[in-house]
Ligand binder design. Structure first.
Ligand code: AIR
Length: 396
């Protein structure tokens, strides 16, 4: 796996059960996956020699992020390396302009957009669509980086010029009026088998995913099947091998629009580790190894995942001690820590809470309760602070 972050770490965890060893190409021996895999190659994902060393003798090469240049992957393909997903698919997760154009050609719903070569393109688009606008770099952004919400045309023009001056390809999009964000997570094997987990709702703060609710509560049946079919169809048409995440907007007028694609395990699928019969990490391995895919059924009416994001002020008490307190209060919390240093806003772990079997995902009070428990646990782990003021010394 190219990249040694948390996604590689959790993929390695799944590989163990399948009798596989995940070799990782990591930047440093401290990377989350390098800490746990016995087979680590240190190097950069932009260095062909390092990629070749990592691929040597492997059954298949896959990714923990989408940043490996496709030119290098083409060279690996020419060497005979089994690259999954192949660069011809991966390009749609790397370049938002390529992705938007291809999806439009496939008649898949996307926000209105235009490529920007200069300020005149922003003006022309704004004249057609109006403000506010969203200016994005075509490549490189994740967790909200490279995305500017512009209130008016002047703002949008400034943002575009700034990105263009830095040498980036730029696009401008309508600001979609959305009800919420959803994600359709699917997997596809080279054999052509597809499998989909239930569509989830994701909650973002400052462009970073903080929570995922599986399945998405109160989702209209037609939208549910449209999102699932779209995920499976895109995986097929783009030739994806492995997990594909389709990030979606549900608009206020009840439509779906594709925001972004990711071709690897994805934050919106972390709930599957404890909440589905097959986790996304195992499924990604099954898919790239061309095994039959696993059962994607959820094991409870609702499962909520909350990210542990580094706090502004790192707490005095150690993570070990925080964990101790969390487990004392919430024995059912399923915790996944990534072995990362704490920095403000950085994804350092997540918590899954499995809802009681007697509940229903369309019962608002039940979902609110599970969400509160998940976010309270995650906040405790990052801040060493109980959001409800709970004090263990008062509890009997
Ligand atoms: N990642 C990659 N794209 C999106 C995400 N979340 C994961 C990968 C990558 C890690 O985040 O596992 O290696 C990088 O995290 P950080 O906090 O070091 O930037």
């Amino acid at each position: 796996m190219i990249g040694g972050g948390q996604l590689a770490r959790m993929t390695h965890q799944a590989a163990i059960a399948l009798g596989q060893t995940l070799r990782v190409l990591a930047v440093s021996a401290d990377d989350p996956a390098a800490q746990v895999s016995p087979d680590v190659v240190i190097g950069a994902h932009t260095d062909l020699d390092a990629l070749r060393r990592a691929a040597d003798g492997a059954d298949v090469l896959t990714f923990d992020h989408e940043h490996v240049p496709t030119e290098l992957l083409e060279k690996l393909l020419a060497d005979g390396v089994n690259v999954a997903p192949p660069p011809s698919a991966l390009i749609h997760a790397q370049d938002k302009l390529v992705m938007r154009r291809r999806l439009e050609a496939l008649d898949a719903p996307v926000p209105r957009f235009a490529a920007v070569a200069g300020p005149a393109d922003v003006d022309a688009f704004a004249a057609r669509v109006g403000a506010p606008l969203v200016v994005k770099t075509a490549r490189g952004g994740y967790d909200g980086r490279g995305v500017t919400l512009a209130r008016d045309v002047a703002d949008a023009r400034d943002a575009a010029e700034r990105h263009l001056a830095a040498g980036a390809a730029v696009l401008v999009e309508e600001k979609v009026e959305m009800r919420r964000e959803l994600a359709a997570l699917v997997a596809r094997s080279p054999f052509g088998q597809g499998a989909a987990w239930p569509v989830v709702q994701t909650v973002q703060r400052d462009g970073i995913c903080v929570e995922a609710i599986a399945p998405a509560p109160n989702l209209d049946d037609d939208l549910k099947s449209a999102a699932t079919q779209l995920g499976l169809r895109l995986a097929e048409e783009l030739g994806v091998v492995g997990v594909l995440a389709v990030e979606l907007f549900e608009t206020v007028d009840g439509r779906l629009l594709v925001n972004e694609l990711a071709m690897r395990p994805h934050n919106s699928g972390h709930w599957t580790m404890d909440g589905a019969r097959t986790s996304q990490f195992e499924q990604h391995l099954r898919a790239v190894l061309d095994y039959p895919l696993g059962d994607t059924a959820p094991i409870a009416p609702v499962i909520v995942m909350a990210n542990v994001l580094g706090a502004q002020q790192i707490p005095q008490i150690s993570m070990d001690e925080r964990l101790h307190h969390l487990f004392a209060r919430m024995p059912d919390a399923k915790v996944h820590l990534y072995g990362k240093s704490e920095r403000p806003g950085r994804k350092i772990g997540h918590v899954n809470i499995i809802g009681e079997a007697t509940g229903s995902v369309d019962d608002d009070a039940y979902v609110v309760e599970v969400r509160e428990r998940a976010s309270r646990a995650a906040h405790w782990l990052s801040h060493a602070e109980w959001t409800d003021g709970w004090d263990p010394h008062d509890a009997h």
